[in-house]
Design a binder for this molecule. Sequence first.
Ligand code: AMP
Ligand code: ZN
Length: 124
Amino acid sequence: MTEKIVQSDPDCIFCKIVAGLIPSKVVYQDEELFVFNDIHPWAPVHFLVIPKMHIPSMAQIGPEHAGLLGRMMTLAPQLAVQEGCNPYPDGGFRMLCNTGAQGGQEVHHLHIHVMGGPRPWLKG
Ligand code: AMP
Ligand code: ZN
């Protein structure tokens, strides 16, 4: 299934967060990325890295998104430390990207979960 990629989807909860229509605890933002705390954290540190542009999931990703994904992936470790994850190798963090219903995706705006901090965690 191919879905059209639009800049912003008025029905998307994460697009509304990017637009400031739904409040969030903002961790970081720049021209193309937005990072905020997960409302139901699984771990002491749990934030979501998203593109400001509405891309539904990893299933819509193509070669043209390599730069964007690279920036998401390289930003995450910096913010993990900033947000309180302990240093590698004894600390560390988990990065997770659910895709589609069978992949456990509930919000259909691409996001990378970043989780860390002392265990036990609620999940994961
Ligand atoms: P996923 O199952 O990968 O689609 O995860 C969606 C995540 O978005 C879940 O961990 C939710 O807790 C989180 N979430 C949903 N609504 C909000 C919100 N308004 N603010 C912050 N996080 C949210
Ligand atoms: Zn969206």
